[in-house]
Design a protein around this ligand. Sequence first.
Ligand SMILES: [Zn+2]
Length: 261
Amino acid sequence: MPELPEVERAARQLRRAALGKTILAVKAIHPSLKKKLPAARSRRAKGKRIDSIERRGKHQLLQLDSGETLVVHFRMNGDWEIGTTSDPLDRFARAAIELTDGTRISLVDRRALSSITLDKRGESSLPRLGREASDRTLDADYFVEALRRKKIAIKPALLDQSVIAGLGNIYAAEALWEAMIDPRSPAAKVSRVKLEKLVDAIRLVLSPRKRRPGRYTATRGVSRFAVYDREGKECRRGDGVIERIVQAGRSTYFCPKCQRG
Ligand SMILES: [Zn+2]
């Protein structure tokens, strides 16, 4: 599943290919995407210029000069493929944005779970989103307030996009390990000290360059994650074995020895 750094990378790629250019056509190709973006709606994008491309949570927002917004979400497998309108269409292309300069940006997705919609001026199909995981203003005070009334465990709370936008299953687990927080702890009961550690941990896991050398290695065959997908392996703190549990339908990996409170 694309996590925040991958969506950020995709948005940058899209900016390089499309920013300031004019749309020739937006086409929904797969039936499930046609439902979200019927032809009558997508036609509105024709002739409009792409003025900005922003990321909000895992949504990519293409702001058009008409005040309308194309909203794209990759869900589990989506990605962009940049080519030209004369290239053969990828067999997994589910939608395509064609530009007047001949660029074609295909939304490729094996499982066709991605979505693309066109919001009219003043409309927003975005769900309620909390503070951005990558926002520099994210702090313990924000978490104290956002988690105060949550009656769920901290791990599923971190996946709730109305609490914090853009944190996915992998990095939520990694951040909780970094901050030594038990993913099963009730969200509202995690101490301020732990939440301060969590803020630092989120910054660390979302910026691979800041990761301490030796702890995460990109070597093939060696996991670059501390806990994610490491069930049965030794904790990198050397104190226990990584366990896998299911919370709110998602796998959680953690070390029951060092992740407490
Ligand atoms: Zn441990």
